[in-house]
Design a protein around this ligand. Structure first.
Ligand code: NAG
Ligand code: NAG
Ligand code: NAG
Ligand code: NAG
Ligand code: NAG
Ligand code: NAG
Ligand code: NAG
Length: 216
């Protein structure tokens, strides 16, 4: 009897393990479909860079703006800065699981950034500056789930709300640019938890109150 239940437990564990494992398997093909989904949400690319270049007849590693890691053959960075792109962010980027750098600054991306981004656990640098992303900054507390994030650049967008304490648990954060948005309220004391923070830019918002002593 005991043996049987042990066996059943073992089988259940195996099956569970297998399904967790297989759902986590991604490869260059999943990177490709995530990038094609990303591209499909871009409504305007005046220089036709992506239309002609992001072609499935060649490896994504040869696509403009994409860098791959030779060892793993996976996409590690996406840099489409300053390409006059208009659109929103596809919610299906969570499979770009090796990406550590995401730079789409100086374009015209708008709308909210979906939480799916928090699945990119290797993200170190996020540069969304000079776009028109919107939403209450407090609804982006999931940025706190990115353990390796060092640079979060959101300067010159249309973010609203208060800084809250939600961004204050990104423990590796070194640079936080929130200037030129529509943020209000005061700087939370919890900002002192960001012990690696070297640059904090909050200019051109409606932030009030004093600078928390915890920041020193
Ligand atoms: C990626 O994985 C899928 C199954 O998840 C497989 O069909 C495909 O051949 C793999 N592609 C590469 C390039 O390994
Ligand atoms: C895409 O652009 C890259 C970088 O400019 C270039 O090396 C590559 O050959 C281009 N690929 C195609 C299919 O145009
Ligand atoms: C992205 O590319 C632009 C233009 O080539 C460059 O200026 C910028 O430094 C790159 N971003 C990162 C984070 O390397
Ligand atoms: C992400 O990858 C998983 C596992 O390969 C796959 O089942 C899923 O359809 C992919 N999602 C997208 C949006 O490509
Ligand atoms: C903010 O971005 C817009 C374009 O989206 C640009 O016209 C404007 O000059 C930028 N403002 C600052 C202060 O950089
Ligand atoms: C940004 O988007 C808001 C509405 O979502 C719009 O009112 C505003 O004009 C946009 N700003 C720019 C610089 O495009
Ligand atoms: C950071 O805080 C947010 C909400 O305040 C929470 O959802 C998230 O799990 C926290 N992340 C970490 C890594 O502690």
């Amino acid at each position: 009897m005991e043996k049987t239940s042990f066996l059943i437990a073992a089988v259940v564990l195996l099956v569970l393990n297998h399904s967790i494992y297989s759902s986590a398997i991604t490869n260059l093909t999943t990177d490709q479909s995530a990038l094609l989904s990303f591209k499909s949400y871009i409504t305007l690319y005046p220089y036709n860079v992506l239309a002609d270049n992001w072609s499935t007849s060649t490896s994504v590693c040869n696509w403009v703006g994409i860098t791959c890691c030779v060892l793993h053959q996976r996409v590690t960075s996406l840099n489409l800065s300053n390409m006059a792109l208009t659109g929103s962010l596809s919610p299906h980027r969570g499979n770009l699981s090796f990406v550590s750098l995401l730079d789409i600054s100086f374009n015209d991306f708008h709308g909210q950034i979906s939480e799916d981004l928090s699945r990119l656990h290797r993200l170190k640098q996020v540069n969304f500056e000079h776009n028109n992303f919107t939403g209450d900054l407090n609804s982006y507390s999931w940025f706190g789930n990115l353990p390796e994030l060092q640079c979060l650049l959101l300067y010159n967008n249309s973010f609203t709300g208060t800084i809250g304490s939600s961004l204050c648990n990104i423990s590796n954060l070194e640079a936080l640019y929130l200037g030129q948005n529509y943020l209000q309220g005061s700087i939370p004391d919890e900002i002192g938890k960001l012990s690696n923070l070297k640059i904090l830019n909050l200019e051109s918002n409606q932030i009030t109150g004093s600078i928390p002593s915890a920041m020193c």
